[in-house]
Write a protein that binds this ligand. Structure first.
Ligand code: BG6
Length: 513
């Protein structure tokens, strides 16, 4: 049931304590909750950003008492406390206070009764603990539950807002698995929610360095004049991981690298790199520009401009690595891709003719996410006697992780009697300038939901635009998945077929360093 009229909720300034609310996590016994959500809530409590009268209800199928649930979270958060994402020593006062505000509700997500119990529990907390009727529902569950949970919440009347009482729903990825399913899920959610109540999560947007792409581009006068087809030869976006499929085969076998990483994380990087300046940092201004640029990507020729591959046995640092098909719970003849690369073109005045090369893979040589802006070569006439290979063009590298920063490559004279050019780097490392507060990346995102800022979340049209770009690849591969499958050794930079995507035009991937 939708509200009968739209209600405006007052804007909260960033940095202020979030307004009073209850958070309900579906999937409360799962991995995401203990690894990321709780540590992020703890970091928010420690920095006084969590509402003063906060309450958290964990919902999951396991039978557990409040106390047992608190013990489960306490053990998990203590185990992670030493990690750099959390404060080195647990701040007992803040953690203890947060823990007291957590309760647990066993329930089957598909059972209407569970929502009756939830309604009752929310009313009880409203009496005893929380100062408002605002509720953030966080769906940390498998994608197959998203639609059903929202339907049940709607039927129980839990999504209806009132003056001073908002209701918001956070949906984790994957949001659909192709254009049709993403559209259908949007339509299903919209039966019970206004678009502004839906927060589609892409955790890459919680990363400081990803948010910094916009800042780099638009808060510095030196980059933007060069940021176009007159000066840029091509752009490379890499998200390389060293981890393999780990224990996630049940999810990954039916998903693969394309669906897992591209329409969401990799396209966020593409959109932030290629979009026009928004008129403000308001949610809709930013999200409209992102959709426009994704809509301008021309149809990919899957046969000639994409590569899908799977890792085979290999090694890293002398250690033998398993191939994908030898991983636990992976089918012996699996044709799921663990690597994907593609060449895209953006048909607008800024980018026409500039190829964007994207790649992402698991079990690669190095963990490295970066964006390379490769500028054009200078005219050669002054350097007739210099080998053209020595005239490496300028490149700006935005390093997203793990070595966060940026580097500018340019040519400089090699000292000596001859005019000889060498390539040099100007390097910026975040850690040299800013002290990073311990963070999982989820703090900003959860806080933004509580204050009602959806800038870092995907709007319905963003998600569909992403799926639209990859749909031709999904269709092409669906025809004959194994024929299109290349291979690369685990621990390597990826398959030779991916190098060939660039080599035909005399370009090369920047090596994974
Ligand atoms: C997730 C994918 O969304 O992002 C994983 O499902 C991937 O397969 C992960 O490993 C990468 O995120 P991060 O933050 O570790 O770079």
């Amino acid at each position: 049931m939708l509200n009968t009229r739209e209600i405006e909720h007052p804007a909260i300034t960033h940095g202020e304590q979030a307004p009073s609310c209850t958070m309900v996590i579906f999937g409360a016994a799962g991995d995401l909750t203990k690894r990321l959500l709780l540590p992020a809530l703890y970091n928010l409590a420690r920095t006084e950003l969590l509402p003063a009268n906060f309450a958290l209800i964990g919902v999951d199928r396991l039978e557990m008492s409040d106390d047992a649930y608190r013990q489960h979270l306490d053990a998990a958060v203590r185990a992670f406390a030493a990690d750099k994402h959390y404060s080195q020593t647990l701040d007992e006062a803040h953690w203890g206070e947060l823990l007291k505000r957590i309760s647990y509700l066993p329930g089957d997500f598909s059972d209407p009764q569970a929502y009756g119990h939830l309604k009752h529990k929310l009313a009880e907390l409203r009496q005893s603990q929380v100062e408002s009727d605002s509720v953030l529902f966080y769906l940390a569950v498998g994608a197959r539950f998203f639609g059903g949970i929202v339907d049940h919440l709607g039927q129980a009347g839990l999504l209806v807002e009132a003056e001073g009482a908002w209701r918001r729903v956070v949906v984790e990825k994957p949001f659909g698995n192709d254009v049709a399913s993403a559209r259908a899920l949007n339509a299903q959610l919209r039966l019970n929610l206004y678009e502004r109540q839906i927060y589609r999560m892409d955790h890459f947007l919680g990363k400081e360095t990803v948010q910094n792409i916009m800042l780099m581009r638009f808060a510095n006068a030196i980059f933007e004049p060069l940021w176009n087809r007159d000066h840029i030869d091509h752009v490379q976006i890499t998200v390389a991981e060293t981890v393999g499929v780990e224990s996630r085969a049940a999810f990954y076998e039916g998903t693969g690298a394309l669906r897992d990483m591209v329409p969401n994380h990799v396209f966020q990087l593409l959109a932030l790199t290629a979009m026009e300046p928004p008129t403000s940092f308001a949610a809709d201004a930013v999200r409209s520009e992102k959709t426009k640029v994704l809509d301008a990507v021309h149809r990919v020729n899957a046969a000639t401009d994409s590569v899908r591959a799977q890792y085979t046995t290999g090694q890293r640092d002398g250690q033998a690595l398993r191939g994908y098909r030898q991983e636990a719970a992976v089918a012996a003849g699996s044709t799921t891709e663990t690597y994907v690369a593609m060449k895209l073109g953006v048909d607008n005045w800024r980018w026409s003719g500039v190829p964007f090369y994207l790649r992402t893979g698991k079990a690669m040589a190095k963990r490295s996410s970066e964006i390379v802006i490769q500028f054009k070569r200078p005219p050669l006439s002054l350097f007739r006697d210099t080998a053209t290979e020595a005239l490496t063009p300028n490149a700006l590298v935005l390093k997203l992780q793990p070595d966060e920063g940026a580097a500018l490559m340019f040519g400089a004279k090699i000292p000596g009697p001859n005019i000889a050019i060498g390539q040099v780097h100007m390097d910026f490392h975040y850690k040299d300038y800013f002290q990073n507060a311990p963070s999982t990346g989820y703090e900003t995102l959860i806080y933004d939901c509580m204050i009602g800022d959806a800038t870092l979340f995907q709007r319905a049209d963003n998600v569909v635009a992403g799926w639209q770009i990859v749909q031709p690849l999904l269709d092409h591969w669906a025809g004959d998945a194994s024929a299109a499958l290349a291979h690369y050794a685990a621990g390597s930079d990826g398959p030779a077929e991916s190098d060939a995507l660039l080599q035909s035009s005399g370009r090369h991937w920047k090596p994974l360093l």
